[in-house]
Design a protein around this ligand. Structure first.
Ligand code: ZN
Length: 560
């Protein structure tokens, strides 16, 4: 069994006069320690609250004491008098709770000769009870007053506490009311609208809200559970739920009651929602060309079909889109990006890397020359100072020169700060994007890549994918469009080459290398982006065509 003689001492002196009268902390401590010794109580810890302590500080010390005695199997708390225990009535209740939880716990009010515990006689409890009664009355009153205020606010249709995310407090004719927050309300509305769509889940709405920059009130990221709660908050449809009751709100709702009901139905559906488990690869990737809204996907007879919500009559011109057809278009557009010669892509990447290196070298060189000039000016300034000391130049002349040098130094130091640190990043991004255009089609088909990763690739390469008049049109992003054009041009050049090859004679000895070289000679200018449109095959093919090996013919033909 654990020893039940553990004790904690609390010594407190609350006013200057008490200290002056000899009721110092030390004398209180002496008294309490003597008492514990006499009564065989083992003092584990001593808490001291000095008169100089602020309200917050003494409150903090008392909280520490409360958690210490609760956690460390302390059975005795010794104080000088009950009113020394605490000036805060809430704390008195906390001490009472501590006593009530275990009959072996005791509060010793040494000067009052009281030993208070759960089963103490009523006369012993008397003073303590008065103390508590006052405390209880005080807190009950507070609660009543607060409830009165709340009831009044609720009756007027206003949330008595802070409104949920998406709303803010505003002052209207001297009254504090809650209005939609222009920064966040539309994302909250969108969250409800999105959630009822196929393929969406609490997790995907959570991601959406995070991407939209919605945080909790203290600026921390939202938890997924908070999003779950948010989707169930009746406040957004205009009904205040407070202290277990519901009240009609006077605030402007963000969503309709119908939408709220639909969201609840989906949230509480017991069997797993088929649509929720479905992660269509092209989710949120396409829009309807008539209403501009997103194409959503649903499974019908084993196939995924995409359509907008068909809000406009024109939307119905679009047939339900078979997913396989959409994939075909995606693969075709991704295929258009692939250069027929990967050598030229490698050349381009190398070219960009070299270009960066050269630029970087020249930046470095520039920095070095600035540093050298700074060093020279500093040296000049020193010499100038020596000259002044030696009396070689006048004070006025020194001041003028010195000020001039200072100014030049400042300018150079400013220049040194402005160095292009983003240069490398830009080059790396361009190179990554070029490489991505060449591998995207294979990655789209890969089983190793998640749908999220595939969607990220499409988002990177395509500005928009629009379904209109039963046709999917893809707009490449700016740089990607250039790559598509250069790949197309390269294909034309190589095709032309192949045709010439077929008519030309064979020379299989060193043909392969020549073709490679010729190809690069032809294709590099295209990819360099310098001569697009200026290349004419008759001019550029001023070679002995007979040297070419027809490697671009059918493989079996080549093997002969
Ligand atoms: Zn539409």
């Amino acid at each position: 069994m654990k020893p039940k003689n553990t004790a904690v001492i609390l010594a407190r002196v609350s006013s200057k006069s008490q200290e002056d009268e000899g009721y110092s902390l030390d004398s209180q401590l002496k008294l309490l320690q003597g008492y514990c010794q006499t009564n065989d109580l083992r003092v584990v810890k001593v808490y001291k609250i000095a008169e100089t302590a602020s309200k917050e500080k003494s409150r903090k010390i008392f909280s520490e004491l409360l958690s210490f005695i609760a956690k460390n199997d302390i059975y005795n708390l010794a104080v000088e008098k009950t009113d020394r225990l605490t000036r805060n009535l809430r704390d008195a209740v906390a001490i009472d709770d501590w006593l009530q939880a275990d009959k072996d716990r005791a509060l010793h009010a040494v000067k009052e000769n009281l030993r208070l515990h759960k089963e103490a006689k009523s006369d012993v409890k008397f003073m303590w009870n008065i103390h508590l009664a006052v405390a209880k009355k005080y807190t009950d009153n507070l609660r009543e007053e607060a409830m009165k205020g709340w009831a009044e606010k609720l009756a007027q249709g206003w949330m008595p506490s802070r409104p949920p995310i998406g709303y803010m407090t505003a002052v209207q004719s001297g009254k504090r009311i809650h209005v939609p927050d222009p920064k966040t309300s539309r994302y909250i509305r969108k969250a409800f609208e999105l959630y009822v769509q196929g393929g969406e889940s609490v997790a995907s709405i959570w991601a959406f809200l995070q991407q939209s920059g919605i945080t909790s009130y203290n600026g921390r990221p939202l938890a997924e559970s908070a999003v779950h709660m948010l989707l169930q908050n009746t406040y957004y449809m205009g009904v205040i739920t407070f202290n277990g009751g519901t009240y009609p709100g006077a605030h402007q709702p963000l969503i309709s009651k119908e939408l709220f009901t639909a969201v609840q139905a989906k949230l509480h559906s017991k069997r797993p929602d088929k649509r929720r488990r479905l992660d269509a690869l092209l989710r949120n990737m396409m829009t309807c060309g008539y209403c501009d809204k997103v194409i959503t996907w649903e499974k019908q007879k084993g196939h995924l079909y995409g359509a907008c919500q068909r809000d406009l009559t024109d939307c119905k011109i679009n047939k339900y889109l078979r997913e396989e057809l959409a994939h075909e278009t995606m693969l075709d557009r991704l295929g258009n990006l692939i250069s027929p010669s990967q050598s030229v892509v490698e050349w381009l990447v190398k070219h960009l890397e070299d270009e960066f290196k050269n630029k970087n070298d020249s930046v470095e060189e520039h920095r070095r020359s600035i540093k050298a000039r700074i060093a020279r000016l500093e040296k000049m300034d020193e010499v100038l100072y020596d000259d002044k000391l030696a009396g070689d130049i006048t004070r006025e002349r020194y001041e003028t020169k010195h000020t001039d040098i200072k100014k030049q130094l400042q300018e150079l130091q400013d220049e040194l700060l402005v160095t292009d640190t983003t240069l490398q990043q830009k080059h790396e991004e361009a190179i990554d994007l070029i490489r991505l255009t060449q591998t995207a089609r294979a990655e789209y088909l890969s089983n190793d890549l998640s749908n999220d990763a595939k969607r990220a690739i499409l988002t990177e390469l395509f500005d928009s994918v629009v379904y209109k008049d039963n046709t999917i049109s893809v707009t490449y992003s700016f740089f990607v469009q250039a790559i598509a054009e250069k790949s197309q041009k390269s294909r034309e050049i190589i095709e032309e080459q192949n045709m010439l090859n077929r008519t030309g004679k064979k020379d299989s000895k060193n043909g392969g290398e020549n073709v490679e070289k010729l190809q690069l000679d032809l294709l590099c200018p295209v990819w360099q982006g310098l001569e697009i449109g200026n290349i004419t095959f008759s001019e550029e093919l001023d070679f002995d065509v007979s040297e070419l090996d027809p490697i671009y013919n059918e493989p079996n033909e080549r093997a002969k």
